[in-house]
Design a protein around this ligand. Structure first.
Ligand code: CP
Ligand code: NVA
Length: 300
């Protein structure tokens, strides 16, 4: 079996992504507790940042599949004391079957993948959050079908989630409308690679016009907490509220990777309203990542 990593959504092809999503839906709808393809296998989960959904979904997913997961933090391992990443990747991968990494720098995940003898999964970096996209795509497919030809509106920070949405637009062939404040736009290199699939808009309502899906994320991601005050000023007109949702299609969905700040990037009536699918989206982290683990570890 050739070694495959999932450091970015672009590590899979369009066809593989669609197969993964359909498998996630199948695993969700027809759970067989005797199906334990990862019996005796171990996932190491390295968290340099906090997590609720990512940790629980990977740990539960491994348990469902008969395997186990180790929670490792830099505080309690030699990673926090400066052991070189390449040495850590070699050592850890010699003892486990898969490594999931949540870290600040995207380069850290890339270095781990380069030196690991087992698949490495990106559980969020400052640049990308591909596992969340699997869950978001699964949720849309369940409720509305394929994203091809659809319009998705990204409102707010041009952050890790926004970058992974750009990758999703490339793979699934949808149009991504982005409204972000000046100075908080996504990476020009990532945008350029997507060609005409990404379009920028001056305001939130214009970006949401006729959208099939409206998505946002916190104004200050992990690691940017000290910028919270200046971001509150920069992002004050970048809230997904009823005015924004009214510009979208009448059957448009609202998604947010969570955790959310009601009253900041999203109004309470939208996130708790009928178009919001945030809890289905959160649950789908479990199913989508089970499909991912199966794809990385059980491929023929
Ligand atoms: N959406 C997401 O990745 O959540 P956690 O930070 O709780 O893992
Ligand atoms: N953009 C957010 C996502 C959290 C799941 C962050 O990086 O903190």
């Amino acid at each position: 079996m050739t070694l495959r990593h999932f450091t970015s959504l672009l590590d899979v092809s369009s066809a593989e992504l669609r197969t993964l999503i359909h498998r996630a839906i199948e695993l969700k709808n027809h759970r067989d507790i005797d199906y334990q393809p990862l019996k005796g296998r171990v996932l190491a989960m390295i968290f340099e940042k906090s997590s609720t959904r990512t940790r629980i979904s990977f740990e539960a997913g491994m348990a469902h599949f008969g395997g186990s997961a180790l929670f490792l933090s830099p505080r309690d391992t030699q990673l926090g004391r400066g052991e070189p990443l390449r040495d850590s990747a070699k050592v850890i991968s010699s003892m486990v079957d898969c490594i999931m990494l949540r870290t600040d720098k995207h380069d850290t995940v890339a270095t781990f993948a380069e030196h690991s003898s087992v698949p490495v999964i990106n559980g969020l970096t400052d640049e990308q959050h591909p596992c969340q996209l699997l869950a978001d795509i699964q949720t849309f497919f369940e409720l509305r079908g394929d994203l091809q030809g659809k319009t998705v509106a990204w409102i707010g920070d041009g952050n890790n989630m926004c970058h992974s949405y750009i990758h999703a637009a490339m793979l699934l062939d949808f149009t991504l409308h982005i409204a972000c404040p000046a100075g908080y736009c996504p990476s020009p290199a990532i945008v350029a690679a997507a060609g005409g699939r990404v379009k920028f808009f001056a305001g939130t309502v214009a970006a949401a016009q006729d959208a099939d899906l409206v998505v946002t994320d916190v104004w200050a991601s992990m690691g940017h907490e000290e910028e919270q005050r200046q971001r509150q000023i920069a992002f004050k007109d970048y809230q997904v509220n009823n005015a924004v949702m009214s510009a979208a299609k009448t059957d448009a969905l609202f998604m947010h990777c969570l955790p959310a700040h009601r009253g900041e990037e999203v109004s309470g009536d939208v996130i708790d309203g009928p178009q919001s699918v945030v809890f289905q989206e959160a649950e789908n982290r479990l199913h989508a990542q089970k499909a991912l683990l199966e794809f990385l570890l059980c491929r023929k």
